[in-house]
Ligand binder design. Structure first.
Ligand code: PLP
Length: 504
């Protein structure tokens, strides 16, 4: 039953239908891809995947999918259905994940500023106001768009060892000192399913007359159940990118980019054209088309089940001595406005374990987590889980707790506070395009970083391209190393060197 009214006939999945028809029509393909609908496959690959996916893996060289049905027109029809379903003015199917969507939003955001006030953001002077904890694809987007970040520092939660959304006052302070603000950019929700008040950030962006662009990688399902947080678009985002592949029944790399308003929508095809492969996977598109239809018709019921399973799992996990699963009490923290209950964030330090140790133990017991943090692990529950998967997870956790019962409590690995960013001496783009040299981290004070350096966990960059390296950043990174935290982005991981801008 459709609970929401839609403008278009949501029962159709034109891209999936067209693609299936093409394979049924028995057309002999004298076009890419070279496997020719699975006829020339390595035997082991055929054994692993079967021929069926290859039968549907045709390329966009074909002008018509079914009869005289133009494949570009079919794609537009499927995208229009998705826009209708997600409450967008326009939707674009992405075959290079939300990474491409984020980069497209930043490029289009810059162009929008240029169109409104020619020369406005020339010479890499345009700034984007955004939290420090953004995904690394955003840094790539800043490089591509020639924009400079004006970071808003996240609050660090020492209990759970996760970043919390920056308070609105911190956004206001950043906006008031920004030079030529081009856009506001926020992550909604975080990896942990928590959000700040996006509505207030949208209002702030409105006051500055700038668009709010959103990384909604983990929120493609929000629209389809009333107990989920509201969608970014409904709270005032001008554009939002969603990794449909992360939470819906959709193939990996398939994402949606939704826009509101004519100007941003009009810019998107041009910017996406330079960011994505010219050979989109039609399998990805078909899965987005079908995933949208499934959500419209069954989303509420499927997410109801996922929510019930998550609540049950949370209760059972919280009964296991030594473990703690984050619940709705998190909403009492002033930084947090909404929370997605299908994210099971589980503290394991009560067993004397780090997140990485717990993840390894569980893997050996046949259960794989989404991520391992300093003192926690994260399990995602989606529409693909059922009672037996939940039991497997809870049993694994119970056995792990039993085996580590009474183990001497180890000082949990924790980080006290993230260092404040150093001064931006160059735009990320200028730093990327400068000549570089390698220097040992310990000797890099006052140099300008040429690439980012990011400890995992928590996955927040301590250095970003163009930023001056501070003594505090070096100390923090050394602290991460001492605590056994992996750092990504070294020039040479063995010698602990980083790339910096060569000013000589
Ligand atoms: C918060 C966030 N944003 C963006 C991305 C990039 O999404 P995609 O993998 O769809 O390119 C990810 C991926 O993990 C993410 O966690």
């Amino acid at each position: 039953m459709l609970g929401t009214s839609y403008r278009l006939d949501q029962s159709r999945a034109p891209f999936l239908e067209g693609l299936t028809q093409y394979s049924l029509d028995g057309i002999i393909p004298f076009h890419t891809p070279g496997h020719k609908q699975g006829r020339s496959l390595d035997a082991q690959l055929r054994e692993a995947l079967g021929e069926l996916p290859f039968l549907l893996d045709v390329s966009d060289e074909i002008s018509s999918l079914a009869h005289d049905n133009d494949s570009a027109a079919v794609l537009m029809e499927a995208e229009a259905l998705a826009a209708d379903a997600f409450g967008a003015d326009r939707t674009f199917f992405l075959h290079n994940g939300t990474t491409a969507g984020i980069q497209a939003m930043l490029l289009a955001g810059r162009q929008l500023a240029e169109l409104e006030r020619p020369g406005f953001a020339r010479d890499d002077m345009g700034e984007v106001i955004l939290p420090r904890s953004v995904h690394r694809s955003v840094l790539g987007g800043l490089v591509l768009a020639g924009l400079t970040p004006r970071f808003v520092q996240d609050t660090w939660d020492t209990e759970w060892n996760i970043p919390l959304p920056p308070p609105v006052a911190a956004w206001q302070a950043a906006a008031s000192v920004a030079h030529n603000p081009v856009a506001f950019f926020d992550t909604y929700p975080s990896y942990y399913g928590i959000t700040g008040s996006l509505q207030q950030i949208a209002r702030l962006a409105g006051k500055w007359d700038r668009p709010l662009l959103v990384d909604e990688a983990h929120g493609a399902h929000f629209r389809f159940h009333p107990d989920m947080p509201p969608t970014a678009l409904s709270l005032g985002a001008a554009a939002t990118a969603q990794s449909a592949h992360k939470t819906l029944g959709v193939l990996t790399q398939a994402s949606f980019l939704h826009t509101k308003g004519e100007e941003l929508s009009e810019l998107m095809p041009a910017v996406l054209g330079i960011l994505q492969s010219t050979s989109p996977s039609f399998l990805l598109y078909a899965s987005l088309d079908a995933g949208r239809r499934q959500m419209v018709y069954e989303g509420k019921q499927l997410w109801q089940q996922a929510l019930e399973l998550s609540h049950e799992a949370r209760e059972r996990i919280n009964q296991i001595p030594g473990l703690q699963c984050l619940g709705k009490e998190i909403l009492s923290k002033p930084e947090i406005t909404y929370w997605d209950p299908t994210r099971l964030l589980i503290r394991v330090d009560g067993l004397g374990l780090s997140g990485a140790q717990a993840e390894k133990w569980l893997r050996q017991a046949g259960v794989q987590m989404e991520l391992a943090g300093l003192n926690h692990i994260l399990a995602l529950i989606t529409i693909g889980d059922g009672p037996s998967e939940i039991s497997k997870l809870v049993d694994g956790l119970r056995n792990m707790a039993h085996q580590h019962k009474g183990q001497a409590q180890r000082q949990a690995v924790s980080l006290t506070a993230l260092p404040l960013p150093g001064e931006m001496r160059l735009s990320p783009r200028e730093a990327m395009l400068s000549s570089w040299r390698q220097v040992e981290l310990a000797k890099a004070k006052d140099d300008v970083a040429a690439s980012s350096l990011t400890p995992y966990p928590p996955g927040i960059s301590v250095l970003v391209p163009g930023e001056q390296v501070t003594a505090r950043s070096i100390d923090f990174l050394k602290e991460c190393l001492q605590k056994g935290i992996e750092i990504r982005g070294w020039a040479d991981a063995k010698r602990k060197t980083i790339w910096v801008v060569d000013t000589d």
